[in-house]
Ligand binder design. Structure first.
Ligand code: PRP
Ligand code: URA
Length: 214
């Protein structure tokens, strides 16, 4: 996929190893995912547009910058909530929207149970950042992207932690007709494959269950 980026950083490898470890406890898992969210947010926000402004320091006027991009963060419930804190920490002005999906255990298709998005008439300069640590079959992200594209949104970044090649291929195929600038996928790792139950291998298991202790 053209707009697919694996973000590399020693701290990303460090925290990734913690969340992959099956012996990592719930609270350590949450903290490590939060650290990853800060690192990913730092990378992701580098694409925000700024505009110049005038700042009055205690001494004199000088040039400054303010963020021009309208940012909507869209965590896919539940596990996407684990990536929210870093994005809000670095840019608390972002609006937070929610997409509630779970995978049907039999057919692995996403089932929607909630969606809340702000009413934004002028979508110019709007960037939606979809947060979901796991892209397995790609079904949940595909569903969300279709939803957002139908709403007329033209700048969507998907930020994840682990991806399976099957999911990335499925997303690429489904949106091959969309201008390549519109969708970007950012992740920390492209893992080996999916197993017969649709889990990412080596992966980390069920992200939502590990984050919330269910
Ligand atoms: C997990 C994960 C993704 C989805 C990925 O959610 O958080 O949203 O699976 O799988 P896919 O690429 O095959 O769609 P899950 O359905 O387990 O819900 P949860 O976060 O509420 O546990
Ligand atoms: N969802 C998860 O939480 N983990 C996987 O490996 C696949 C889907």
């Amino acid at each position: 996929m053209k707009n697919f980026k694996i973000v590399e950083h020693p701290l990303i490898s460090h925290y990734l190893s913690i969340i992959r470890n099956k012996n990592t406890k719930k609270e350590e898992f949450k903290i490590a995912l939060e650290k990853l969210s800060v690192l990913l947010a730092n990378y992701e926000y580098a694409s925000l547009k700024t505009e110049t402004t005038e700042v009055l320091t205690p001494l004199k006027k000088c040039k400054g910058n303010v963020i021009k991009t309208k940012v909507v963060l869209l965590p896919i419930l539940r596990a996407g909530l684990g990536l929210l804190s870093g994005f809000l920490e670095l840019y608390p002005q972002a609006i937070v929207s929610h997409m509630g999906l779970y995978r049907d255990e039999e057919n692995l298709k996403p089932v929607k149970y909630y969606f809340k998005f702000p009413e934004i008439k002028d979508k110019r300069g709007l960037k939606v950042i979809v947060l979901d640590p796991m892209i397995a079959t790609g079904g949940s992200v595909t569903f969300t992207l279709e939803y957002l594209l139908n709403m007329g949104i033209k700048d969507i970044d998907v930020v994840s932690v682990l991806c399976a090649p099957e999911g990335i291929k499925a997303i690429e195929k489904r949106f091959s007709n969309i201008e390549k600038e519109i969708i970007n996928i950012i992740t920390c790792s492209l893992d080996e494959k999916l197993n017969e139950k649709g889990y990412i291998v080596p992966g980390l298991g069920d992200a939502g269950d590990r984050l919330f202790g269910t």
